[in-house]
Design a protein around this ligand. Structure first.
Ligand code: 6CS
Length: 385
């Protein structure tokens, strides 16, 4: 059962209990008793929710935050003001997480590529060849209550509330040469995000991984401190990394995943009605953001190719197989670093992916493309778009 249906069942139960309470007390169930009045008097005050991004304006995270803002402000009649802070306004990814932990900001994106420094178990999303090649499957599995509930206690113990796990597109390697084989990676200085498990993934390919913050990648490429880097296409375009590189290679080895996290203290202190609103908007945005990220990655690839000077290479199945095999040992390192919970998370993800792939409605086995989704099936989109 996915999160939205569990929540809907919960809301139905809540409504039923309210009605039952009314009938027990002999009251008719008025609109007011069904919860149309603000649950807490303070909801009438204007409050600001600060929402920090690890990405710049015009990014996938920005698209998400702007839509979240629009829906929240509309439904709270302007009594909630969501202020969006793009990357650079407040700090690095790790600093944004610290701010959310201390309640200095209410909402932030926290990518596992950085967050695994703090919560090693989320490093599972940086392992290669774990997620499905089908966007539909990933979308379903990542919003699955069974997966989400394994992470929540880990976030809670770090004073965070996990709200969502969001794919932002396939990771693509950028370099001055195609990266088709493990030999091509030999001593290749590739910039990675800061998580230790990511570093291991590239050591397994024989590369020389160099962790650094996002803001330093462009100058790192310019100054020759790194030979290449890895990110989804929309980011390679908007951060201008492609200007410094001749070739983009797509091995569809991993999706770029981010998580949406809230300050736990803030989230738990919200009036019930507002907490529900946050979760409702979060549920509505699952399909919405997936369609947006696909579009962003497709369009930005076209922008890069139209500009000229950068080639786009897609690995064959045979070429990918060599990377898949080389990546398998890193799963053991992940389990060593993240213990029993990490192992349970990895196994749950793998099981759920297998089940979701087996249950794909049209039986299509054709993989999605590097940027998009050739096999999008009947969308079960819910809510507004
Ligand atoms: O490479 C990074 O560090 C960053 N990449 C993306 C696409 N988003 C945020 C993250 O920090």
């Amino acid at each position: 059962m996915n999160r939205a249906s569990i929540r809907n069942a919960g809301l139905t139960l809540l409504a039923a209990l309210l009605l039952a309470a009314c009938s027990e007390s002999g009251q008719a169930p008025t609109e007011q008793s069904a919860g149309t009045e603000p649950a807490e008097p303070e909801t009438a005050e204007t409050v600001t929710w600060r929402f920090a991004l690890e990405e710049v304006e015009g990014s996938v995270q920005d698209a998400y935050a702007q839509e979240f803002k629009r829906r929240i402000e509309e439904r709270t009649d302007g009594t909630v003001n969501v202020e969006v802070y793009p990357y650079g306004a407040l700090g690095t990814s790790s600093q944004l997480t610290e701010m959310a932990q201390s309640g200095g900001i209410e909402l932030t994106f926290a990518s596992p590529g950085h967050l695994a420094d703090l919560i090693p178990e989320v490093g599972v999303f940086t392992l290669h060849f774990v997620l499905s090649e089908h966007n539909q499957v990933n979308r379903e599995v990542l919003s699955d209550e069974a997966v989400y509930s394994l992470f929540q206690p880990l976030y809670n113990s770090q004073d965070l509330q996990l709200l969502d796990i969001i794919p932002e597109g396939w990771m693509v390697w950028s370099a001055d040469k195609p990266l088709r084989t493990l030999e091509d990676f030999e001593n290749f200085k590739i910039r990675t995000m800061t998580s230790p498990i990511l570093v291991e993934s590239y050591r397994a390919y024989g590369a020389n991984p160099t962790p650094m913050p996002y803001s330093e990648v462009y100058s790192g490429l310019q100054l020759g401190q790194i030979d290449g880097q890895v990110n989804p296409i929309f980011a390679i375009e908007e951060m201008s990394f492609y200007e410094e590189q001749d070739v983009l290679t797509s091995g569809r080895h991993a999706q770029f995943i981010s998580t949406l996290a809230a300050s736990r203290q803030w989230f738990e202190g919200l009036p019930e009605e507002r907490r529900e609103l946050v979760l409702q908007v979060r549920d509505e945005l699952v399909d919405w953001i997936d369609e947006e990220q696909i579009r962003y990655n497709e369009e930005r690839l076209q922008t890069i190719l139209d500009e000229g000077g950068t080639e786009f290479v897609e690995l064959t199945e045979e070429e990918r197989q060599a990377f898949r095999e080389a990546s398998m040992g890193v799963r053991d390192t992940y389990i060593e670093q993240s213990g029993e919970t990490g192992e349970e998370i990895l196994n749950t993800l793998l099981d759920r992916i297998e089940q979701a792939e087996a249950g794909m409605e049209d039986g299509s086995t054709e993989a999605d493309t590097a940027t998009g989704d050739d096999t999008v099936m009947e969308d079960e989109a819910q809510g507004e778009s």
